[in-house]
Design a protein around this ligand. Structure first.
Ligand code: FES
Length: 114
């Protein structure tokens, strides 16, 4: 039996300001994880849903980057305001938040029944 229903990895990688790749930390990912953890705790699901800080997820251009297992769903361009939708839809209802999917992740919704 899996230890967690969902395991969420949030990139908190930080780079020098001069690095042209940028980084998720400079785009607010640490606050995103803090808000997410707080919300999971408020909803009482923090023991079955884990939100971990991650190093670079190699999707810097699409950051802040988040990946949620077990499905391996990648969300990009996430901001604090998106946390509630991710929690309500993905974590509580098992839905994919289509508008936040990174490029190349469309297969999660392509064969969805109308
Ligand atoms: S710095 Fe976040 S994905 Fe690379």
């Amino acid at each position: 039996m899996p230890r967690y229903d969902y395991h969420i990895f949030i990139c908190e990688n930080s780079r020098d300001k001069a690095d042209p790749r940028g980084c998720c930390a400079d785009k607010g990912s640490r606050n995103i994880r803090a808000v997410l953890k707080q919300r999971l705790k408020e909803l009482g699901c923090h023991r079955r849903v884990r939100a971990n800080a991650a190093g670079c997820l190699d999707a810097c251009a699409h950051g802040p980057s988040i990946v949620i297992y077990p499905q391996g769903v990648w969300y990009g361009g996430v901001c604090e305001e998106d946390v509630e939708e991710i929690v309500q839809r993905h974590i509580l209802r098992g839905e994919i938040v289509e508008r936040l999917l990174m490029p190349g992740q469309e297969f999660f919704t392509e064969n969805k029944e109308e």
